[in-house]
Design a protein around this ligand. Structure first.
Ligand SMILES: [Zn+2]
Length: 235
């Protein structure tokens, strides 16, 4: 069992936006273009988003990972691909899958970000810095510094719900290899709320067996894809 990965509720998203403004608003420039699809595809060994099943929805991910002082990403490309394999196993219930189109190692010093974020407002700064209008954004930072406002809850990840100006799922390194947690965060990304059912992917606490998505949840998530994330659909 690992700590809950909480969705960010609307009030907190607003608070985070405000805090980000106090921090200086960050760099509004578009995401950097160091995309390397061919390398990711070579590593993954297939082109997932080119299937012919018309019911299958394949979403393009920008998978950003912080680099430590030694220049090593906190999650390697191979690990990220393995994570997405686990995520796809869970989301196959809904005929939804994900492809890493962009694996993006981030130098937090160069980007004026803290390797170990401490405040919730920093998460929106990260979103502004890394967002990309054509990809869902998934970010793994260093381990959070719990001395700040991020220490106020046990959450290891925060995801903006659809409808907000900013978007992106941000998680800390200790849960960077937990496919179920990332799959849960992507559930919030697709507008799913928590349910109290330990078997469910959207249970507030994620166990190894917390993987079930109901037909209604699948229907809701697919609706959210069509209404919020159509630009990220590749098939
Ligand atoms: Zn959650």
């Amino acid at each position: 069992m690992v700590s809950d990965a909480l969705k960010s509720i609307f009030g907190i998203v607003k608070l985070m936006g405000f805090a980000a403004f106090l921090l200086g608003g960050g760099n509004q420039s578009a995401a950097r273009a160091d995309l390397d699809r061919s390398a990711v595809r070579k590593e993954a060994g297939r082109k997932k988003c080119e299937r012919s099943d018309p019911d299958q929805l394949c979403l393009a991910l920008k998978y950003s990972v912080y680099k430590n002082r030694a220049g090593q990403p906190v999650v390697s490309m191979a690990e990220a691909i393995e994570n997405v394999r686990e995520i796809d196993r869970v989301w196959s219930q809904c005929k939804v899958e994900f492809e890493i189109e962009s694996f993006d190692p981030v130098d937090p010093i160069r980007d004026e970000l803290n390797f170990r974020p401490s405040d919730t407002g920093e998460l929106d700064v990260i979103r502004r810095r890394l967002e990309d209008p054509d990809h869902l954004l998934l970010v793994t930072t260093g381990t959070w510094n719990r001395a700040g406002s991020l220490g106020g809850s046990g959450a290891n990840a925060w995801t903006a719900m659809p409808g907000e100006n900013l978007y992106g799922a941000i998680l800390e390194k200790p849960v960077g290899r937990f496919g179920n947690i990332i799959a849960h965060e992507l559930g919030h990304y697709l507008n799913l709320d928590h349910v109290n059912d330990a078997q469910s992917l959207m249970n507030p606490i994620i166990y190894d067996h917390s993987t079930y998505l109901s037909p209604f949840q699948c229907q809701s998530a697919r609706w959210a894809i069509r209404n919020y994330w159509q630009k990220m659909v590749r098939n």
